[in-house]
Design a protein around this ligand. Structure first.
Ligand code: 9UX
Length: 72
């Protein structure tokens, strides 16, 4: 099933940071779209929950050198 989630992202200070987060999350298998907002430190991700999960998406953000948590 396709889901759309919002995450809080920490550690981003410039546009290259948000581009790095976006690029890393876009590479995750099952991710359909990623929009990172530098000003609100938030990220919207559409993904297929039969192929990936919040854990994998948060890991991709961490691999890029930033932090993320699911926004309630
Ligand atoms: Mo910008 Mo971000 O010069 O880790 S890329 S601060």
């Amino acid at each position: 099933m396709n889901v759309e989630k919002t995450y809080n992202v920490t550690g981003m200070t410039c546009a290259a940071c948000s581009a790095a987060v976006e690029h890393s999350v876009k590479k995750v298998y099952g991710v359909e779209s990623v929009t990172v907002n530098l000003l609100t430190n938030s990220m919207r991700v559409k993904y297929d929950d039969e192929k990936t999960s919040d854990i994998e998406i948060i890991k991709a953000v961490e691999d890029a050198g930033y932090g993320a948590s699911l926004k309630e």
